[in-house]
Design a binder for this molecule. Structure first.
Ligand SMILES: CC(C)(COP(=O)(O)OP(=O)(O)OC[C@H]1O[C@@H](n2cnc3c(N)ncnc32)[C@H](O)[C@@H]1OP(=O)(O)O)[C@@H](O)C(=O)NCCC(=O)NCCS
Length: 171
């Protein structure tokens, strides 16, 4: 297999990353969420947030210079909170997705998370990662050393929350 290079994403990647989110979430979540819940959630799940794309700590992998096949990152700011305060040593996993054609190879998801750990340690002296995981990604995060500390209803809209898991990993 070709060597996979992790790049830092920028705002100009937003459309390609949004297309990846659509491919990934619509296919890989369907065993764990009822069709109506997933359909309602897709506009939120597939939105590439501009502040994340331009954060400098959001990454992507392309298939030999073309299609984006994996993306994910970290922030010191908690998802949903627009600003500081941030907690020393604590960082948050943000919007991981791998193209369904390339999952479960023990490669792309792990490659992105390793990059997050490396950069979060350097930039934020990270000692702990937290994550609001889809129900579908639980085993992936457990494999990386996370454990579930609770359930979480992600507040996508005033009348719609999305069932998720609050997970934590001590580095
Ligand atoms: C979660 C996701 C990013 C994982 O990406 P991936 O490229 O398949 O992950 P990797 O292949 O690098 O997996 C790393 C390890 O976790 C394991 N793993 C990954 N998904 C797994 C699953 N569903 N069940 C069991 N083990 C799993 C892999 O087998 C691998 O184990 P190994 O190191 O022993 O080989 C991908 O499945 C995805 O995009 N899911 C849909 C979107 C989503 O839910 N994102 C999470 C947002 S919170």
């Amino acid at each position: 297999m070709a060597e996979r290079i992790v790049e830092i994403a920028s705002l100009s990647d937003a459309d390609a990353i949004s297309a990846l989110f659509t491919r990934s979430y619509s296919e890989l979540l369907k065993d764990d969420y009822p069709p109506d819940v997933l359909a309602r959630a897709m506009p939120f799940l597939s939105f590439a947030k501009p502040e994340l794309m331009s954060s400098g700590s959001y990454y992507l992998v392309k298939e030999t210079g073309k299609r984006v096949i994996a993306a994910g990152g970290w922030t010191a700011v908690r998802p949903g909170a627009s600003e500081k305060p941030v907690q020393p040593g604590l960082v948050h996993v943000r919007h991981f997705a791998v193209d369904p054609e390339f999952t479960r190879q023990g490669l792309l998801g792990k490659l992105l998370f390793d990059r997050c750990v490396h950069d979060a340690k350097v930039a934020h002296a990270a000692t702990r990662f937290e994550c609001y995981s889809t129900l579908s990604a639980r085993r992936f995060y457990e494999k990386l050393g996370f454990e579930v500390i609770g359930t979480f209803e992600a507040p996508f809209a005033s009348d719609f929350t999305f069932p998720s898991l609050h997970m934590v990993c001590e580095l």
